[in-house]
Design a protein. Structure first.
Length: 433
């Protein structure tokens, strides 16, 4: 007997009138007519023809800093440099309890948004490693509803900051999952390249994945992603290395980029742009024209590279906005890249769902029989409509259990001769596709 059937849903692949049956935390049936044929069912929820999707995935976040906006003061200029200075002021006064509390609050919001998979970088450059301690506690606490992967991130530089080599190793011993790095922040290009060799060697020795803040700059000569690809191949890490940001590729010479992108594909790097943050923090030294700073998504896709988007920051020293909504991230990408072809808009939905799952190497993710019963019901007809509306999440299911519910969003109007209510999702275009 199914515990739950979601009936009459639309799927991201365009099928409509689909029922999804769930038993013991797994999807046991997906297709038309399942609800009608099922005998006794724990609960049947009518999707009303709306879109059901696998959960949203955020492969690049900073959970140790989130919701710290205003502590110990506001970033008045809104620049990266003041943000870095602010984080430096905040770090010595952070407590484990406060970090855990803020992260748990963020995770509450994430669940309500249908965001159930998060990879967070953890700044391990403070000798107390309080950040690592706090985030490991959070990973354990949210396990029933969010899969949280933790990257050991030497935010002040692996070679530039005294003690970082030892601190990063210690944080991995404590139980962080992934090796991080920041080559463009090392003192020289050579030290940046050397840091990537050391970090890939460490990952190979420990059998861990790698996720690097790579070339988060407008400098077209910041070419560390090339070294990351080469070291990935050298140490046999193909398929388990991600390059985050890669904003310098925006400004690179086209000829060089045409050599670089096949190398990224050969090493099977995942590339993780962070559209909300890249569009706000890059281009700050420009007058006009002002660069957008997003990496070359179209060319990477054409080369077969898996591209997924991260949220990066929500209300922290670097970014005062953000809401835990991966559709807001994809919506920004549509504008900032820009990418508004029908195929491109549809792909943007994948970039915050299935592509992120591939980057995080999630098992049992997706709307398939046998997969984990994790899914989200959206107040939208299809993926492009969901993107347009940053659609309201009506239902979030984790391991077959409803973990968040909301009433459909509706505005009540009082206008002469006009309808009494507006449902924004009812404005979907009539023509399919
Ligand atoms: Zn980041």
């Amino acid at each position: 007997m199914p515990d739950l059937i979601l009936s009459n849903a639309a799927l991201p692949d365009g099928r409509t009138g689909i029922d999804v049956a769930v038993e013991n935390g797994r999807i046991v049936g997906i297709g038309a007519g399942i609800a009608a044929q099922a005998g006794q069912v724990g609960e049947v929820i009518d999707a009303g023809g709306r879109l059901v999707s696998p959960p949203f995935v955020d492969p690049h976040f900073h959970m140790d800093a989130t919701l710290s906006l205003g502590l110990p003061r506001m970033n008045q200029s809104g620049t990266l440099l003041e943000g870095i200075a602010l984080w430096g002021e905040l770090k010595p006064i952070l407590t484990v309890e406060a970090m855990v509390e803020r992260a748990l609050r963020y995770c509450d919001l994430a669940v309500a948004r249908g965001l159930l998979f998060i990879r967070s970088h953890v700044d391990v450059s403070d000798p107390t490693l309080r950040t690592a301690e706090a985030m490991i506690e959070v990973r354990e606490k949210v396990k029933p509803y969010i899969d949280l992967q933790l990257v050991a991130f030497p935010q002040d530089g692996y070679f530039r900051s005294a003690g970082a080599v030892e601190l990063l190793a210690r944080s991995l011993d404590m139980g962080l999952d992934i090796v991080g790095g920041i080559p463009h922040f090392e003192r020289t290009m050579a030290e940046g390249a050397a840091s990537l060799e050391a970090l890939c060697r460490l990952a190979a020795e420990r059998g861990l994945p790698v996720d690097i803040h790579c070339d988060e700059t407008d400098d077209p000569l910041s070419r560390h992603v090339e070294t990351l690809a080469a070291q990935t191949l050298r140490f046999g890490l193909k398929g388990r290395v991600a390059a985050s940001h890669c904003t310098s590729m925006h400004s690179m010479d086209n000829y060089y980029a045409s050599k670089l992108i096949p190398l990224i594909a050969e090493a099977e790097l995942d590339v993780i742009p962070n559209p909300l943050i890249n569009i706000t923090l890059q281009g700050r030294h420009d007058t006009y024209p002002r660069r957008r700073g997003l990496t070359r998504v179209a060319e990477l896709r054409a080369a077969g590279v898996n591209v997924s988007f991260g949220h990066d920051c929500v209300m922290d020293p670097w970014y005062p906005l953000g809401s835990g909504d991966m559709l807001e991230v994809a919506h920004m990408a549509a504008h900032a890249l820009p990418l508004t072809s029908r195929e491109g808009l549809r792909w943007l939905f994948d970039a915050v769902t299935v592509n992120g799952a591939k980057t995080m190497r999630l098992d049992g993710y997706g709307l398939d029989v046998g997969a984990r019963a994790d899914f989200v019901l959206l107040q939208a007809a299809d993926p492009i409509e969901a993107l347009r509306l940053k659609a309201h999440r009506l239902l979030v299911v984790k391991n077959g259990k409803v973990v968040s519910r909301a009433e459909p969003k509706q505005f009540r109007l009082d206008l002469p001769g006009r309808p009494g209510a507006v449902d924004e999702a009812s404005y979907a275009p009539r023509a399919a596709g």
